[in-house]
Design a protein around this ligand. Structure first.
Ligand code: BGC
Length: 393
């Protein structure tokens, strides 16, 4: 492949992160939409109109400007772009072009994810990530996005947290297609890495000189006595194999929320300490530890493409973000090449199987009027960005 010049933003990118299905509304042609409506589903809510960001994206972008942020991570819904195999919707492509141009008009760097958890129904019905053809299908989709929208992309993310799609969908069984099988989980992880490389290479063929990478879900892992071996093998499957496979990317995306403890029988669910609404351990230190761990595997630039907390207590959110950014500042002071931080999330949105209960947003959204109201944490984040890193040492 021809040598390609990659342009990174010249300054540290500060943003918030979102995904299409969780904020746009109306993602009807997806496996998730069907999963939420299946008899006896474990999904507690239907996504429905989400935050209506399909129509209100300019309002969302204006909020970023209000907070002094310069970057926005959003995703493109494959099911809208290619509703039927091989048929690409020019209406959907034009919509996302409008969104990206709206970013440009506001000098906001768009960080564009091509796949964030949801599959078009035709892909899910053909076996999803267990059908090897998905590698070619995702590459074709990426090629179309690259050609049609590449000139407007700031940074590209291929597949969001492929390791979470694999573990939740094929081992734990809490995401579609609700499989619980270790072999199939490992096979899907392998398929994900192949799909990522194929998508990256397809994007590289297209217009634009944006960096391309993969946002990986990472955690701080702690082995309790007797859990060491188990911890190493879990982490190897969930993280290390990916970090090794990403060496030809342009950057590594780190996404982290907490620490997990592993005992001889696996992940410990009954642990002491402060918890978040997700039931996670309150552990903002995970930003520092996961960035440091990623840096042990790679010399590529690192972008924290997601970090945040699900909580109804906005003061807890501020405390969490403050500690997270202190850790981030330490990694930068130690010379790790971190290029950006994206708080999850701009809006209170649809949190997958858990529906609308967990609140990750720095902006609340009225569920019937969709009115957006910034929380104190939004003002805090604006100040933090303006003072970073000096205010965090
Ligand atoms: C996902 C998001 C999700 C967030 C909070 C990440 O795993 O990329 O879609 O909402 O974590 O749970």
């Amino acid at each position: 492949m021809a040598q390609r010049t990659v342009h990174f933003p010249t300054t540290f990118s500060w943003g918030t992160s979102t995904s299409a299905y969780q904020i746009e509304g109306g993602g009807t042609n997806t496996d998730w939409w069907r999963f939420e409506r299946a008899p006896n589903t474990i999904a507690v809510d239907e996504c429905g109109d989400a935050c209506d960001s399909w129509n209100r994206y300019e309002e969302d972008l204006d909020l970023l400007i209000e907070f002094g942020l310069d970057s926005f991570r959003l995703s493109i819904e494959w099911a809208r772009i290619e509703p039927v195999h091989g048929e690409f919707s020019s209406d959907a492509i034009n919509h996302y072009r409008d969104v990206l141009i709206a970013c440009k008009l506001r000098s906001i760097l768009p960080v564009v994810t091509l796949h964030h958890f949801t599959l078009p129904l035709w892909v899910a019905d053909a076996g999803g990530f267990e059908n090897p053809d998905i590698v070619g299908w995702l590459a074709d989709y990426a090629r179309v996005i690259g050609h049609e929208l590449g000139e407007h992309i700031g940074i590209a993310c291929t597949i969001n947290e492929p390791n979470i799609v694999a573990v939740m969908g094929y081992l734990i069984g809490a995401f579609p297609p609700q499989v619980q099988d270790h072999e199939r989980f490992v096979a899907v992880n392998t398929m994900m890495r192949r799909a990522h490389v194929a998508m990256r290479d397809a994007l590289r063929e297209s217009s634009g000189s944006y960096p391309i990478g993969l946002p990986l879900s990472m955690q701080e892992y702690e082995a309790l006595p007797g859990g060491e071996e188990r911890m190493h093998s879990m982490r190897e499957e969930m993280e290390d194999k990916y970090l090794v496979a990403l060496e030809d990317d342009d950057y590594v995306g780190v996404q982290c929320y907490t620490k997990i403890q592993i005992g001889p029988d696996g992940v410990v669910l009954d642990f002491p300490g402060e918890r978040t609404e997700m039931g996670y351990l309150y552990w903002p230190q995970c930003v520092e530890s996961t960035v440091r761990r990623a840096a042990e595997f790679t010399t590529l630039p690192i972008i924290v493409t997601e970090n945040g907390i699900g909580t109804n207590d906005d003061e807890q959110r501020v405390r969490y973000l403050d500690e997270a950014l202190r850790g981030l500042a330490r990694t930068i002071d130690d010379g790790i090449d971190v290029r950006g931080y994206f708080q999850w999330s701009l809006l209170d949105n649809f949190e997958w199987t858990l529906g609308y209960a967990p609140k990750f947003g720095i902006v609340s959204v009225d569920r019937s009027t969709f009115e957006r109201t910034p929380k104190p944490s939004a003002q805090w984040y604006a100040q933090a960005v303006a003072n970073f890193p000096d205010g965090f040492r």
